[in-house]
Design a binder for this molecule. Structure first.
Ligand code: 5GP
Ligand code: ZN
Length: 133
């Protein structure tokens, strides 16, 4: 596995994912253990470990993709808002050392603890179909 990195493997298509967006440089897919319905991860296909490490031109393009995908998710899921999370370092809860932004759609009145839940593969598959663009 390139860079011994699970997200590089997803970007290379070596590990399957429920994709919602892809272009030459970036990829977005559903988090397999979501915090909420429609929890999406957005990554550059190139490997950078974290926010301090990422090339600035790549970062600029990445955040524009995050915005575009968040808009799509909000519309498709009829969400009332969303959180953007981006963890750097183990101390901050980063478990995959390939920079990623989390998009966590939110509904009014929904209580949420930012903890991973066990994803239902059938539901994730159906959700990815709704979100894909
Ligand atoms: P971090 O804690 O590093 O900010 O977030 C890593 C996220 O990646 C977690 O929410 C975890 O559920 C997700 N994740 C880990 N491995 C995989 C995988 O193989 N596929 C997908 N779709 N998500 C993954
Ligand atoms: Zn990687």
């Amino acid at each position: 596995m390139k860079n011994n990195c699970v997200f590089c493997a997803i970007a290379a298509g070596e590990i399957p994912s429920f994709k919602v967006y892809e272009d030459d440089e970036f990829l977005a897919y559903l988090d397999i253990n979501p915090f909420s319905e429609g929890h999406i991860l957005v990554i550059p296909k190139e490997h950078y470990e974290n926010l301090l490490d990422v090339d600035e031109e790549v970062l600029k393009k990445l955040i524009v993709r995050v915005k575009k995908i968040a808009r799509r998710a909000t519309t498709a899921l009829d969400a009332d808002g969303f959180n953007i999370l981006q963890n750097n370092g183990e101390a901050a809860g980063q478990t995959v050392k390939h920079i990623h932004f989390h998009i966590v759609p939110r509904k009014n009145g929904e209580r949420l603890v930012f903890e991973n839940t066990s994803g239902d593969m059938e539901k994730l598959k159906a959700l990815a179909e709704r979100l894909k663009f």
